[in-house]
Design a protein around this ligand. Structure first.
Ligand SMILES: [Zn+2]
Length: 259
């Protein structure tokens, strides 16, 4: 029986150097990527699949995570449509990374505007407010609400339109900041339920006086389902954000955990 002396198992100095150089070569790539909003969560028991909706102007993937049970009521949750409104994303990633979800067919899009998120800007990399770029009541707007050169000019807009047209959810909650209110302009009964569940006031959100080309307006005009804007405040507490996922699930008669 031959015995391999440990010394033979060790890499040679040359191999060690090559390995070190290879690791060094990887470093810039690792350092240059600020955060991987598109990182897969293969370990999460809640995730039953995911779909790449498309790519942003700068080539970042927009991912929808599929949770829950296909065949149940379809709900889509979206955050970071405006890249500088990051807090509600934690509600969506908590759902994605938590225990299995039951009683709902749920999609979560935690980072809808990945370029805006990477640069901490409201708008996409073309400087377009995605929530003014949809092809319903689109208008030429400038400044903070720049609506783009034409309706649906932006890849992020078209990616979400394709996804929503395919899924046709019964409900969409579109999370924003910092107005601290749930919009009750349409379907006030349901909106009141959402506001009550999340402990947020109700208000008629008027899009800063420029309700043109918004995602919720486009969806509500085109489909039977209902899209609702939910605005958290500028600094929602960690406790509030932690409590929200289960409250959202119970709104739709859903839950999570074993069984
Ligand atoms: Zn917003």
């Amino acid at each position: 029986m031959s015995r391999v002396h440990p010394i033979h198992a060790r890499p040679t100095a040359g191999r060690r150097l090559a390995a070190a150089l290879a690791a060094l070569a990887l470093l810039p790539a690792l350092l240059l990527v600020p955060e991987q909003p598109t990182t897969a969560s293969p370990g999460s028991p809640a995730v039953i699949g995911h779909r790449v909706l498309g790519k942003s102007v700068q080539g970042r993937k927009i991912i929808a995570w599929h949770l829950g049970e296909p065949g149940k009521k379809k709900v889509v949750l979206i955050s970071l449509m405006h890249g500088d409104e990051p807090a509600p994303r934690r509600i969506l990633t908590n759902l994605r990374d938590g225990p299995p979800v039951h009683g709902i067919n749920l999609w979560v899009v935690p980072v809808y505007n990945p370029d805006g998120f990477a640069h901490d800007t409201r708008k996409n990399a073309h400087g377009v407010d995605l929530n003014r770029n949809y092809p319903y009541k689109w208008a030429r707007l400038t400044g903070n609400y720049y609506s783009g050169p034409k309706p649906a000019s932006e890849p992020e807009t078209r990616a979400m339109m394709r996804f929503l047209s395919k899924v046709k959810p019964a409900y969409i909650l579109s999370f924003h900041q910092p107005l601290h209110a749930v919009d009750i302009t349409e379907r006030p009964k349901f909106s009141r339920k959402v506001a009550h569940a999340l402990g947020l006031p109700m208000s008629r959100l008027t899009c800063g006086g420029t309700c043109h080309g918004t995602m919720t307006m486009w969806f509500n005009h085109k489909f039977k389902g209902f899209a609702l804007t939910v605005e958290y405040g500028p600094h929602p507490s960690a406790a509030r954000l932690r409590a929200a996922p289960n409250k959202i699930l119970s709104l739709f008669g859903a839950s999570r955990g074993r069984g």
